[in-house]
Ligand binder design. Structure first.
Ligand code: SAH
Length: 219
């Protein structure tokens, strides 16, 4: 991660966020280290930068939001990454979670449907020196077939059901995290592929922006 001139100002705040997440039950040490090192304040618009280390969602433009750190942490923790995995992320948004994943997995593939968000994400990830990330503009409900299967898939927008393309592109033993529900409230849901079937586990209630696409909500 490239040091920023404003960095020291935020280090204490970031450490307090890590402690708050530990208090809320996040245990994965590699993940906590990643949260301690990724400068979240650079991934949010300047107008909300002073709030970057609150445990809350914030607006990032195009009507989208960067998720609450606790929700990112709960989702990424469920992927149980060891550093060897290939991960697909749907909904790059601010690219903050992408930067976390880049530290925790071998390769990260991330799909976003808004060009302006993706362009900004590309710049951020270059600045963060995250060389193991590939970005694609398009409908993530269809996954990214070229690099499938994935050991982990994390969907950062709320869906009515599991998009069949994502189920197909999940490796055997792979873990898929996706908020499932209606447009306002969802359950962050973990699916593990065993014997070609998805086993389901509810993780925590969440509120994400809708997943819009051919196998999600209509646009
Ligand atoms: N993890 C991101 C979440 C951003 S909000 C962050 O914390 O910054 C969810 C993102 O999903 C938005 O950027 C939205 O544009 C994107 N999105 C919604 N439907 C999508 C789809 N079908 N394919 C790709 N991206 C999608």
């Amino acid at each position: 991660m490239v040091a920023s001139p404003v960095e020291p100002e935020f280090r204490g705040a970031r450490r307090r966020l890590v402690e708050a997440l530990q208090d809320k039950g996040i245990k994965d040490l590699a993940l906590l280290r990643a949260i301690d090192s990724v400068p979240r304040h650079l991934f949010v618009p300047p107008t909300v930068r002073h709030r970057a280390y609150e445990d809350s969602a914030l607006p990032i433009g195009s009507g989208q939001t960067i998720s609450q750190p606790y929700v990112h942490a709960r989702a990424v923790e469920q992927l149980m990454l060891t550093g060897r995995e290939k991960v697909l992320e749907i909904g790059t948004g601010s690219a903050y979670q992408t930067a976390l994943l880049a530290q925790l997995a071998a390769q990260v593939f991330s799909v976003e449907r808004y060009r302006d968000l993706l362009d900004r994400a590309r710049g951020m990830l270059q600045q963060a020196n995250a060389r193991n990330v590939s970005l694609s503009l398009g409908d993530g409900t269809l996954g990214w077939r070229e690099y499938a299967p994935y050991d982990g898939i994390v969907v950062s927008a709320g869906a009515p059901h599991v998009p069949p393309a994502l189920e197909e592109q999940l490796a055997e033993g792979g873990r898929l995290l996706i908020p499932i529900g209606d447009k306002d409230d969802q359950m962050l849901t973990l699916y593990i592929k065993r014997g070609g079937q998805l086993e389901r586990r509810d993780i925590t209630p969440v509120r994400f922006v809708p997943l819009i696409g051919a196998q999600g909500w209509p646009g």
